[in-house]
Write a protein that binds this ligand. Structure first.
Ligand code: AMP
Ligand code: MG
Length: 423
């Protein structure tokens, strides 16, 4: 692939850099370079939650498969409905859901019917019980407000036999489990899980349980990455912490790429450290270091080792999360075989001043609430430093400030990317 604006030495200090890629351009290049996994497996319905449809699900049956009642009430013949006033019909039996009434329903007759029960073929109206009055001697009195077909669910009203219900690339959610079950289908064919291997780099990193010496910190990125990847339902291969040493990084990358569809590292991409990662990657794969016009998150390295896509994320914990959600997640979704999801951006009123300089997109951490008159209001976290992980923990959205925007004053409308939907 040809890239016109590759810059070898990323620099985090400058705000505007003509050599930077926009976030949109970076995402296009990232997505262009990957293909969905090819493996397919058949799974029982329940275990398919969160997986991606590889072979479309086609219904072999009509749903519903029989004409049935949408209400508890009385099934009658349309020709027996009174054009005006009231009419008395004889109640000759009852149909329950799963227990049809099997006799004929004749002229001026009705049956009591429950929701979901088969509507006898002679009848074509269900009168809800709240609109009917029964008598002690076995009759029902109805009036003139009803019409043919009311409260009757037709065969195939929900799904017609032969219809493709779930398309290739559909991410299976809770409703889909029920939908597949409603077709009487036991198994669904999905793409195999994507495998993602990752490790942290840094001589200062220690594991939980170790005592910290001066200048050392606990490795948190592997835990955050674990959480973000677990939500996507991928197979997680955690390769631990690797020292800032060329050979160690080299063998870790080779090991990671061997069994994975994607390799992610964090740290080691700042100017002082970048050279050896870049050097190693040049030897064993293909690598592009980009300055992306975003904050936090620069620089971002991307490429491939063998068949695995490679992301070198920055070391700062917030940068890891921002670059993951903006780039790694969409890329992984494509590898998983899933159709791209539309990005949901809401407009919210800024509750405070947002410091910002033009020249890059910023993803600030915010707390989104509903104001008194129902409008969305967003308050940003006070400390927007890329090392402040608690700002991500407290936040429930990114405030996305466009390339051109400068400082935002309170009351102005800004774009907000919420962290959670309901499913
Ligand atoms: P680097 O990109 O390696 O220069 O790291 C940038 C900053 O992120 C430094 O303050 C590192 O100590 C910190 N950092 C790097 N990796 C991790 C990690 N796995 N967990 C927590 N902080 C990290
Ligand atoms: Mg480092």
């Amino acid at each position: 692939m040809q890239h016109d604006r590759i810059v070898a030495e990323p620099n985090c200090d400058d705000d505007y850099d003509a050599n930077s890629l926009t976030c949109d351009e970076a995402l296009v290049r990232i997505l262009d370079a990957v293909r969905p996994v090819s493996g397919i497996e058949a799974l029982a319905i329940r275990t398919s939650l969160g997986r991606v449809i590889a072979v479309p699900v086609v219904s072999a049956i009509n749903v519903p498969s029989h004409v049935n009642s949408a209400m508890d009430g009385f099934a009658v013949r349309a020709q027996d409905l009174p054009p005006s006033g009231q009419k008395k019909l004889q109640v000759i039996g009852t149909a329950f859901a799963g227990q049809p009434y099997r006799e004929q329903v004749g002229e001026n007759q009705a049956i009591r019917i429950m929701t979901g029960a088969v509507v006898p073929s002679e009848t074509n109206v269900v009168i809800m019980q709240e609109h009917a009055q029964t008598t002690d001697d076995g009759f029902v009195i109805i009036d003139d407000r009803h019409k043919a077909g009311q409260n009757v669910r037709a065969v195939g009203e929900d799904i017609t036999a032969g219809t493709e219900i779930l398309h290739r690339g559909h991410l299976i959610g809770p409703a889909d489990l029920g939908l597949i079950a409603s077709l009487g289908i036991a198994e669904v064919e999905v793409y195999r899980k994507a495998r993602v291997a990752f490790f942290s780099t840094g001589d200062e990193l220690r594991g939980i349980g170790e005592t910290l010496e001066l200048g050392q910190i606990y490795d948190s990125n592997r835990y955050t990455l674990h959480g973000m990847l677990a939500r996507l339902g991928v197979e997680i291969i955690d390769l631990g912490v690797v020292r800032d040493e060329r050979d160690a990084v080299r063998s870790a990358l080779i090991e990671a790429a061997a069994g994975a569809d994607m390799v992610i590292t964090s740290g080691g991409v700042s100017v002082g450290e970048a050279d050896y990662i870049k050097g190693v990657l040049k030897e064993i794969g293909e690598v592009r270091f980009w300055k992306v016009a975003m904050k936090p998150g620069r620089p971002l390295s991307y490429g491939a080792i063998d068949k695995a896509a490679f992301f070198g994320l920055p070391g700062n914990p917030v940068s890891v999360m921002v670059t993951f959600y903006q780039f790694v997640q969409p890329c992984l979704m494509k590898i998983m075989g899933a159709k791209p999801r539309p990005q949901i951006l809401l407009k919210a009123k800024a509750a405070n001043t947002l410091k910002k300089r033009p020249g890059r997109v910023e993803y600030q951490r915010g707390i989104l609430t509903r104001g008194d008159s129902g409008e969305f209001v967003v308050q940003t976290e006070a400390d927007q430093g890329s090392g402040i992980l608690s700002s991500m923990s407290n936040a429930n959205c990114f405030v996305v400030l466009s390339m051109d925007s400068g400082q935002i004053e309170p009351g102005a409308l800004v774009d907000v990317q919420p962290f959670f939907g309901i499913m």
